[in-house]
Design a protein around this ligand. Structure first.
Ligand code: DX5
Ligand code: ZN
Length: 214
């Protein structure tokens, strides 16, 4: 399992320290949650802060857009050269056009589904993206409870991926911890995002990340 800690649960007063800490502890990607106050009822960080994160991160960035105007935000974040930019299918009318645009910018495109969005809504997009992110909470906040139906959804998605684009990865985001990571692995999930579990683990960040590498 690859591990992408979410810096949403970091101490923003000591962000550089908290980004270095997850990289030194062996994370695979640095997950960056971008919220616009419209698509989700919360606001986070823009390109100025993400640029600063990119400067200290020694692992690639995984930018998760939770916004209404994806096109505008892709243009804002593309110069930072993250590995992934993921956009929500629920806020995008021209999904394969946007996926192609992200790829032309030299970034891997990924699409995200909220917990209630049918998997079939992205079936014809699978050949255009490098990753599908399944939300296991309703996006907007860290520290929410894992919605277990994501396990069955990951298994269905894996079947479609094997037919349409076997290279495409599955990422799961929200409420991930050492109790559910095994089941996610067995369901075909490649990458887990974990925020509060990693940053608030009583034994520290390193222990938390290792416990997710199943
Ligand atoms: C939620 C974000 C997540 C969040 C995960 O909207 O997309 O990345 O930070 O936090 P935890 O792991 O605490 O649920
Ligand atoms: Zn996220």
């Amino acid at each position: 399992m690859l591990v992408a800690p979410s810096i949403l649960s970091a101490d923003f007063g000591n962000l550089a320290h908290d980004v270095k800490a997850i990289c030194d502890a062996g994370c695979d990607l640095v997950h960056v949650d971008v919220m616009d106050g419209h698509f989700v009822p919360n606001l986070t960080i823009g390109p100025v802060v993400v640029e600063a994160v990119a400067k200290v991160a020694t692992k690639p960035l995984d930018i998760h857009l939770m916004v209404e105007n994806n096109n505008f935000f892709v243009d804002l974040f593309a110069p930072i050269k993250p590995k992934y930019i993921s956009f929500h299918i629920e806020s995008e009318r021209h999904a394969n056009r946007l996926a192609n645009k992200i790829r032309e910018l030299g970034i891997s495109p990924a699409v995200v589904l909220n917990p209630h969005t049918p998997i079939e809504n992205v079936e014809y997009l699978l050949e255009y993206v490098d990753m599908v992110l399944l939300m296991s909470v309703n996006p907007g906040f860290g520290g929410q409870k894992f919605i277990p139906s994501v396990i069955e959804r990951a298994m269905r998605l894996k079947e479609l991926i094997l037919q349409k684009n076997p290279e495409c990865l599955i990422e799961v985001d929200g409420g991930v911890n050492d109790k559910n990571v095994k089941e996610l692995k067995n369901a075909g999930v490649d990458i887990v995002v974990a925020g509060s579990y990693v940053y608030k683990h009583p034994k520290g960040i390193k222990e938390a990340i290792s416990s997710l590498k199943v």
